[in-house]
Design a protein around this ligand. Structure first.
Ligand SMILES: NC(=O)C1=CN([C@@H]2O[C@H](COP(=O)(O)OP(=O)(O)OC[C@H]3O[C@@H](n4cnc5c(N)ncnc54)[C@H](OP(=O)(O)O)[C@@H]3O)[C@@H](O)[C@H]2O)C=CC1
Ligand SMILES: CC[C@](O)(C(C)=O)C(=O)O
Ligand SMILES: [Mg+2]
Ligand SMILES: [Mg+2]
Length: 490
């Protein structure tokens, strides 16, 4: 199988990358009708499988789970997830031939084997669905001509897909139809109904392409969403210890700090996150972020270039073929970092203190969000999609670190995201070594030690203007406007 993206002419690549349209709520007036009475069989009952299945069932749809024989015989977690929630579980042979829609929610590494195993069992004219397009775009999977192939990709971890639905809302979702596999022209109707079933239409749906989803999703997860938070956690913790900060305090400031500061990002973008700082601290965070952006820009460009060229997917697939040697080594190394091994102390930290004593963390989030957004849009990804993959999803990933540090983040995200996160971290930690030498506890751990909060007016105006003028803020204001309901219930 060949990399599908690389087989396309440049003109077609650019057209697919730019495919992205924010859908009107009226386009979902038919609700889940296109899936009513149809049998939806989910393969895999992990992070996305379980949570999407729960939402779809609560939306009135017929959901069951096809698991591999060992998972059933050994009553593995996937079997427990499905049976304890009252779903019918069966083997591929029992359930796939009955399915109108097969939802492939297994890890991307398994997709070729899984799709090859289920395709011969699928009934004529059925639909195969993905939540990430890696198998189609990077591996060039060819699906039987009579089958419809769609994608419904929630832009967040599985746990949030469920949590938002239970709150009466949903999470932004990207849908797509694989143009090579839409024999009956029903792909879009099925994808829209599926997005309604998970609640995605309430938060915002982008009609996009498999290619745009893959090239943006990989970039977001490797850089700001997971890689930057991992690198930031490790560097900020080690610096605080070097500066004599009490380890329990340092651990807590980081573990819960990302969640606290990015909550401000979620509500009002980068501008609001920096507005939470005093004026001198805001200027300091702005300057640090500018420095970080200069240092890290080549790394962000490299990640995006490697994703576009297929170099990233090729090297990750080499690791798959090598029994995940790098992934497992990096996972073990992460468990041994000082931050990961130091429990959060019992100390009280107020919400404001997370900002005041975490100026460097604020700067890292600002730099990472803006760089990821700038790099994606420069590569032809549309601003709405780049916003979801940079700013919007950062708080959702930060929540996972608050639960159980980097372990929880890397366990919750897909294996593909975990691999990319470590890859970024390995390059970024040494890249920031010189920058970190000049960092002191005034920007991480203790806060600015200033007698008054006076600043130069002209400089403050300059900083405020620059913050508000960044393109991620313009698209963010519009997209957050569509999420007004969410603000009332969180
Ligand atoms: N994690 C996330 O939040 C997000 C994931 N996605 C995408 O969703 C898809 C699923 O990812 P995710 O939910 O993380 O996956 P998980 O790792 O959480 O779930 C894996 C599930 O697949 C089953 N499985 C593993 N290997 C096989 C196999 N060879 N054959 C059949 N079943 C298998 C496992 O069960 P068992 O081993 O017991 O058989 C388990 O139930 C991926 O395409 C991912 O990119 C998209 C957005 C976010
Ligand atoms: C951020 C990682 C992700 O893309 C996601 C949760 O959206 C994944 O692959 O897990
Ligand atoms: Mg994603
Ligand atoms: Mg992903």
């Amino acid at each position: 199988m060949a990399n599908y993206f690389n087989t396309l002419a440049l003109r077609e690549q650019l057209e697919q990358l730019a495919k992205c349209r924010f859908m009107y709520s009226s386009e979902f007036d038919d609700g889940v009708d296109a899936l009513k009475g149809k049998k939806m069989v989910v393969i895999g009952c992990g992070a996305q499988g379980l949570n999407q299945g729960l939402n779809l069932r609560d939306s009135g749809l017929d959901v069951s789970y096809a698991l591999r024989p060992d998972a059933i015989a050994q009553k593995r977690q996937s079997w427990k997830n499905a049976t304890e929630n009252g779903f019918t579980v069966g083997t591929y042979e029992e359930l796939i031939p009955t399915a109108d829609v097969v939802l492939n929610l297994t890890p991307d590494k398994q997709h070729t084997a899984v799709v090859n195993a289920v395709m011969p069992l699928m009934k004529e004219g059925a639909c195969l669905s993905y939540s990430h397009g890696f198998n189609i775009v990077e591996e060039g999977m060819k699906v039987r001509d009579d089958l419809t192939v769609i994608m419904v990709a929630p832009k967040c971890p599985g746990s949030e897909v469920r949590a938002e639905y239970v709150r009466g809302f949903g999470v932004p979702t990207l849908i797509a139809v694989h143009e090579a596999n839409d024999p009956k022209g029903e792909g879009l109707a099925l994808a829209k109904a599926y997005a309604v079933g998970t609640g995605g239409h309430k938060a915002g749906v982008l009609m996009s392409s498999f290619i745009a989803e893959v090239k943006s999703d990989l970039m977001g997860e490797q850089t700001i969403l997971c890689g930057m938070l991992q690198t930031g956690s490790i560097l900020c913790f080690d610096k605080m210890i070097e500066e004599g900060i009490e380890p329990g305090y340092a651990s807590k400031l980081i573990q819960y700090g990302w969640e606290n500061i990015t909550e401000a990002l979620k509500y009002g973008g980068v501008t609001n996150m920096l507005d939470r700082l005093s004026n001198p601290a805001k200027i300091k965070a702005f300057d640090l972020a500018e420095e970080l952006k200069d240092i890290m820009r080549p790394l962000y460009n490299k990640h995006q270039d490697d994703i576009m060229s297929g170099h990233f997917s090729r090297t990750m697939m080499d690791d798959w073929a090598n029994d995940d040697a790098n992934l497992l080594k990096w996972r073990a190394e992460t468990a041994e970092t000082n931050f990961e091994k130091t429990p959060a102390g019992e100390v009280e930290i107020s919400e404001q203190e997370y900002f005041d004593n975490g100026i460097l963390m604020v700067a890292m989030v600002k730099a990472g969000v803006e760089l990821a957004f700038e790099t994606m849009t420069a590569a032809g990804i549309i601003a709405e999609s780049a916003y979801y993959e940079s700013l919007h999803e950062t708080p959702l990933i930060a929540n996972t670190i608050a639960r159980k540090k980097l372990y929880e983040m890397n366990a919750t995200i897909s294996d593909t995201a975990e691999y990319g996160c470590y890859l970024y971290n390995h390059a970024c930690v040494p890249l920031l070594a010189d920058f970190m030498k000049d960092i002191k506890s005034d920007v991480i751990g203790k806060g600015l030690n200033v007698d008054d909060n006076g600043v130069d007016n002209a400089r403050l105006i300059e900083v405020n203007d620059a913050l508000r003028a960044h393109p991620v803020e313009a698209v963010g204001a519009v997209l957050r406007g569509h999420m007004a309901d969410m603000k009332k219930i969180v």
